[in-house]
Write a protein that binds this ligand. Sequence first.
Ligand SMILES: [Zn+2]
Length: 408
Amino acid sequence: MTIKFAPLLFALFLPLSLSAQQVAPTAPATPPAAPATPSAPEPAPTPAPVPAPPTVPDDGVRVSVLGYHDFSETAPETEMIIRTSKFRKQMEAIKNAGLPVIPMADFQAWKRGEKEIADKSIVITIDDGWKASYTDAYPILKEFGFPFTVFLYKNYVDGGGKALTSDMIKEMQKHGATIGSHSVSHSYPGPHRRKGAEAYVKFLRTEFGDSKTFLEEKFGGRVTTFAYPGGIHTAEMDPLSKEFGYESLFTVLPGKIRRSNDDRLLPRYIVLGTHDRVFELATAFNEVAGATAGRNQELAPQSTPFPVKPEAGALVDSRLPLLSADLSNVPDLDPKTLSMKVGGFGEVPAVFDEQSKSYSWQVNRRLRSPVCQVAVSWLDSKGKPPEVPLRWSFRVDAEAAYLPATPE
Ligand SMILES: [Zn+2]
C-alpha cells in the first residue's frame, strides 16, 4: 500500500481530472442493490468543452465536504463501510476542533455570494440510502446537532433489505437531514454513453429528471444537489443538470471548496472505512494558509491500492516519464481488460508484462501540464471492476521544461 500526500495545483487539478473522469469511474462501489455496471475499458474520451467557471473573488473560506456511505459496528470494515464507533470519533474530532458543520443550504447560499460562513466549514453527506444511515449515523449526528445531506437514488428508496425506508428518511428530515439526488438507477455512464449520443441524453434525462421529481414529490422541498454515481461526470450532463435546476453537483475528487469552484464539479472527500488519513486531511485546514501564500496549492490525499510509478504526488523532473503500476497483488486479474488513461492523452497503449505483472506506458509526447493524472482500470475473471479504482496524479517540475529533453 502506497500512501503519499503532496501538494497539488488545485486550480489545475479540476480541468485535468475531467478528461479522466469522463471515462474512469472514480469511486466507490455500486451498492449491491443496484445492478452492477462493470467499468469496462472504454474508448478514448471525446473531448467535450466545459467552460471555465467565472472568476469569483476569494473570500478565504474553505469548505470540506465529507462523503460517507455505509456504517456498521460489526461488519468487516471496507472502503465503503465505516465502523460506527469510528464515525462517532470523527464527529467528536470535528466538534473538538471547533469546526462548524453547516447545512447544505448555507453552503449553497455562500456559494451564490448571499451568505458568509466560517472560514473553515464542514458539510456532511451520506450516499446511497443505506439503512445504517438511519440506525447508526443519524443518532450520532442528531446528538451532535450536525446537519447532513443524504444523496438518495430512486430505485433504492424503500428497496427492502439494507435500504432506507421513506419513514426513516422523513424522520431524519425533521432533524437536520437535507435530501439530494444520487440519480435513479445508480448506473455508471459508460455503457449508456456507448449507445450513442441520443440514447445517452435520454438516459441522463431520466437519471437527473425522474430522480428529482420522485424525491420532491415524496419528501417535499426542492432538490438542488446531486452526487454523481461513482463520481463520474461527463460534459453531456451539464445542460441537463442545469435544465432540472441542480445547483451543486458533487464528485469524489478530494479537495477543499472555495467560492470560485465550478458548482458542477465540486470536490468531496470520500471518507473510507479503511483509510483514516482521508478524514484527517479533510479536516485539516492548516495547509490553506500556505496554499494562499503559495501558488493556489492545496493538499489532496492520494492513496493507491497498488504500487505505482511515478508515485502519487511525486515531483518528477522529466516530461517523458515511464508510467507503471505493479499489479502483482491484484487478485484474479484479467489482463485482457486492462486499460490506462492519461490526462491529455486519453487511453494509451500500455503494455502488461506477464512476468513482473507490471502494466506500463512510456510517455511519448512531452507532458505539458504541471499535474498529470493516470487511471488504470481492469476487470477480474468474473467481470468485476476493482473496489477501489487505481487513479493517481504526479507533478512535473516546471524547470524540467528547460532541461535537455530526450528526442520526442
Ligand atoms: Zn453511490
